[in-house]
Design a protein. Structure first.
Length: 322
């Protein structure tokens, strides 16, 4: 239960601990290890949510105390430019999975928002449950994958394709059930990006097929990822959205790939400070060590400027920028 703060004389941190637990709120927490780009940042207040109630209480606490709120999943697809983040940063470690309905051909599976995608892929592949196999190697969580509408392109597979419904919470603390249509999924988009609502749990309908088929698909996807993307380095995934089909046709290009445009603009391997455009895939930016925000900004400005000059296209970030 959320405690009342009326008449309290304690500071914000004490009040926050009253909401979330005395030993569970940390001040000035270094969150660099939780960011896949490894850009240096610290949180004024940090809380690790390990249950649905933890997430709900964090939302309600931030609202009651007037704190800004940032929910982190796997820390991928997230770029933090501010070294010191004010407000409450929540790392979503709510990890739970449950079969709701099962028959001979399908299974309905409830999955928590903090569930790691790659772990989910491996587990459903073994069971012969079709739907997630092409996302092996995705570093994020289920909540983030739905929020961003994560995709795999060979063949095209969106993470939300099998979604039936979800339980979500808005920033005012209101919880409700919505069906798949509410998300208004599109390329790199869900409606949650506009409403800023958070997924608590999601229910998927997965078809049962031969596990061997799913294992082969997942391995092929993972192998293609290894061949075409930088692995084992600090990166936040594809940085920019691909261009539109209209722009592709206007430019007479064979692809909509933003990486292709960056490459042809002569920026593969471009270095500013400790940040570098990947020599393997130009839509990936690598932190080679102690990358500074100012250097990343300069690199992004040059990428956008060079692509704009060559193709008259304004690249749009795919990642969430804080």
């Amino acid at each position: 239960m959320i405690p009342s703060i009326t008449g309290q004389k304690s500071d914000v941190s004490d009040k926050l601990r009253g909401f979330l637990g005395k030993e569970r709120v940390q001040k000035q927490k270094d969150i660099t290890p939780y960011l896949t780009l490894h850009n240096q940042a610290s949180a004024q207040y940090f809380f690790q949510a390990e249950s649905k109630n933890d997430l709900i209480n964090a939302v309600k606490a931030s609202r009651a105390l007037g704190l800004s709120l940032l929910i982190m999943g796997g820390g991928s697809n997230l770029v933090v430019f501010r070294k010191d983040l004010t407000g409450l940063v929540v790392r979503n470690q709510f990890i739970n999975k449950q079969v709701l309905v099962e028959d001979k051909t399908h299974v309905e599976l409830s999955v928590s928002s903090g569930y790691p995608v790659t772990r989910l892929v491996l587990e459903t592949v073994v069971c012969g449950w079709e739907g997630f196999e092409y996302h092996l190697g995705l570093p994020g969580t289920v909540g983030g994958a739905l929020y961003m509408n994560s995709k795999w392109t060979k063949p095209v597979s969106y993470f939300g394709d099998q979604l039936l419904r979800a339980e979500i919470i808005n920033l005012q603390g209101k919880i409700r059930q919505v069906d798949r249509s509410y998300f208004r999924f599109a390329y790199d988009y869900s409606f949650l990006q506009k409403t800023k609502e958070l997924v608590l749990e999601a229910i998927f309908c997965l078809k049962k097929i031969d596990p061997f088929v799913l294992k082969k698909r997942s391995e092929e996807a993972a192998q293609y990822r290894k061949q075409t993307q930088p692995m084992g380095v600090a990166t936040c995934g594809c940085f920019f959205k691909n261009i539109s089909e209209i722009d592709r046709l206007r430019l007479g290009l064979a692809t909509t790939s933003a990486g292709y445009l960056i490459d042809k603009a002569g920026l593969k391997g471009k270095v500013v400070g400790d940040f570098m455009v990947s020599p393997k895939h130009a839509n990936f930016i690598i932190n080679r060590g102690q990358g500074k925000s100012k250097d990343l900004l300069l690199l992004l400005q040059e990428i956008k400027s060079r692509v704009k000059e060559k193709y008259q296209v304004d690249l749009q970030e795919e990642v969430i920028i804080v």
